[in-house]
Design a protein around this ligand. Structure first.
Ligand code: B12
Length: 213
């Protein structure tokens, strides 16, 4: 039986060996607790953030924490994505971190899971301006766009991106899902996005629904 509080702690302590062992235990037990393990790792990231704010951790620690989180998702990935028999041809979609925001750990996790769920993800990277997103959607004939951001500042960029689709006369042609730590229902309404999510599985559910429309 995995102790999820202990898992959050080892993640917060950046103890790679202990984290890897615990996650492998989750998988060898059948993977039913993969989502709980993922939530514990996320709590561990909050511990890292708090230690960074208090001056105990430095930027290098944050970067290492990101690598650990990516490794955690790699281990858990197969058990995290619910199989709903979705076997259609791969749908191409855009995913990126919005302008002025350089955080990409969450985006990369969402990308891994969308890919595992059968999407062809065009990852435009970080700090991506609205014009580039709109232009790519137009050129590639893309109907689903995922916008990531963790800075409060990212909310303005998400809104600017939705507005840019509107200005280009393409708003009714794309579905836009936003995600990241500051995102909630109010932010979704404020930006004019179609949906919001903080969990990759919810993101996958939205994207599958839209892909089937
Ligand atoms: C790691 C980190 C960094 C790393 C980023 C490395 C990287 N490659 O991403 C580095 C060191 C570069 C960094 C830099 C900075 N950071 Co920083 N960083 C963090 C930290 C500790 C963790 C963020 C993270 O990766 N979380 C884990 C991931 C998995 O969570 P997530 O992104 O929310 O993603 C999940 C969901 O939200 C969702 N999701 C994510 N994307 C998407 C997209 C879609 C479409 C959907 C549907 C869902 C979804 O799925 C994910 C998995 O569950 C946070 C603190 C914290 N507790 O969050 C601070 C934090 C975000 N950083 C902060 C700050 C201030 C900065 C800096 C300004 C610091 C500085 N003075 O230079 C710079 C900003 C640079 C910039 N312009 O972006 C603040 C932001 C404050 C604010 N409200 O705006 C925070 C909150 C720390 C703090 N408490 O002060 N940072």
């Amino acid at each position: 039986m995995i102790d999820f509080d202990a898992l959050a702690e080892v993640m917060g302590d950046l103890d790679e060996d202990a984290m890897t062992q615990m996650l492998e235990d989750v998988m060898s037990a059948g993977g039913q607790d993969a989502q709980k393990a993922m939530d514990a790792c996320q709590k561990g990231m909050d511990i890292v953030g708090t230690r960074f704010e208090s001056g105990e951790y430095f930027v290098g620690d944050l970067i290492y924490a990101g690598e650990l989180m990516t490794k955690a998702v790699d281990i858990l990935k197969d058990a995290l994505v619910k199989d709903d028999g979705y076997t259609q041809e791969k749908t191409k979609m855009i995913l990126c971190t919005v302008k002025n925001d350089l955080h990409d750990i969450g985006k990369n996790i969402v990308r891994s899971m969308l890919e595992a769920a059968g999407f062809d993800v065009l990852d435009l990277g970080i700090d991506v301006p609205p014009e580039k997103i709109v232009e790519t959607a137009k050129n590639e004939n893309i109907r689903i766009v995922g916008l990531s951001g963790v800075l409060t500042l990212a909310i303005d960029s998400m809104k600017a991106t939705v507005d840019a689709f509107q200005a280009a006369g393409m708003r009714d042609k794309v579905k836009i899902v936003i995600g990241g730590a500051p995102v909630n229902a109010a932010v979704c309404a404020q930006t004019g996005a179609d949906a919001w999510a903080t969990s990759p599985q919810t993101t996958i559910d939205y994207c599958r629904t839209w892909a089937n429309e």
